[in-house]
Design a protein around this ligand. Structure first.
Ligand code: AMP
Length: 171
C-alpha cells in the first residue's frame, strides 16, 4: 500500500480554502495501482459471510462496483437526494454548515443481509455514519465500513462509534 499512498495527491484549498483535498485520480490512472486497490478490498472480504456491497455516491462507486463484481455480490447504491427512481429511505446528517441527505432504495437488501459499505475516504465520519444508519433502515446489517483512505486527525472513527471500520491508507 506504500505505492498507493505515494500516488494519492494533495490539492490544497480545494474545494474551499483550508481543505487539503486527497485526489485519488492518480491511483485510478495507474492500472497496476487501481487493480491492487480493488484486489486488496476484495481479498479482505472474500472469505467472509458478506451478502452485498453498498457504495456511497460518487467516489464510493468507483471502488464499490468493481469489488461487488469481483466478489460476485450485488451492489446497493447510496445516492444524493432525488437521484434514485424507486421508493427510498433517506437519512439526514449535519455538515459543518447546514445538513445533507442521502437515500437508498427500499428494496436494496433482504432482511439481515450482511453488507460491506465502501467509500473512498473517511474524514469526519458524518457521511459514513448516515450511510450505515440507512443500511439498517433498509434491513441490512453493517458487516464493516471500508475506506481506501482515512484522515485520522479528523477522528471519524470515534464519530462512527460501534460499526467496524477498516482503512488501507492512513494520513
Ligand atoms: P465525511 O462525512 O466528513 O467523513 O466526508 C466524507 C466524504 O467527503 C467522502 O465521501 C469523501 O469523498 C469526501 N471528502 C471529505 N474530505 C475530503 C478530503 N480532504 N479529500 C477528499 N475527499 C474528501
Amino acid at each position: 500500500m506504500k505505492a498507493i499512498r505515494d500516488l494519492i495527491r494533495d490539492i490544497p484549498d480545494f474545494p474551499k480554502k483550508g481543505i487539503i483535498f486527497k485526489d485519488i485520480t492518480p491511483v485510478l490512472n495507474e492500472p497496476v495501482a487501481f487493480h491492487q486497490v480493488i484486489q486488496a478490498i476484495s481479498d479482505r472480504y472474500a472469505g467472509q459471510k458478506v451478502d452485498k456491497i453498498a457504495a456511497i455516491e460518487s467516489r464510493g462507486f468507483i471502488f464499490g462496483a468493481p469489488v461487488a463484481f469481483a466478489l460476485q455480490k450485488g451492489l446497493a447504491i447510496i445516492r444524493k437526494p432525488g437521484k434514485l427512481p424507486y421508493a427510498t429511505f433517506r437519512e439526514e446528517y449535519s455538515l459543518e454548515y447546514g445538513t445533507d441527505i442521502i437515500e437508498i432504495h427500499q428494496d436494496a437488501f433482504q432482511p439481515g443481509d450482511r453488507v460491506v459499505l465502501v467509500d473512498d475516504l473517511l474524514a469526519t465520519g458524518g457521511t459514513a455514519l448516515a450511510a450505515a444508519r440507512l443500511i439498517e433502515k433498509a434491513g441490512g446489517k453493517v458487516a464493516e465500513i471500508c475506506f481506501l483512505i482515512e484522515l485520522g486527525f479528523l477522528h471519524g472513527r470515534e464519530k462512527i462509534g460501534n460499526y467496524p471500520i477498516h482503512s488501507f491508507v492512513k494520513f
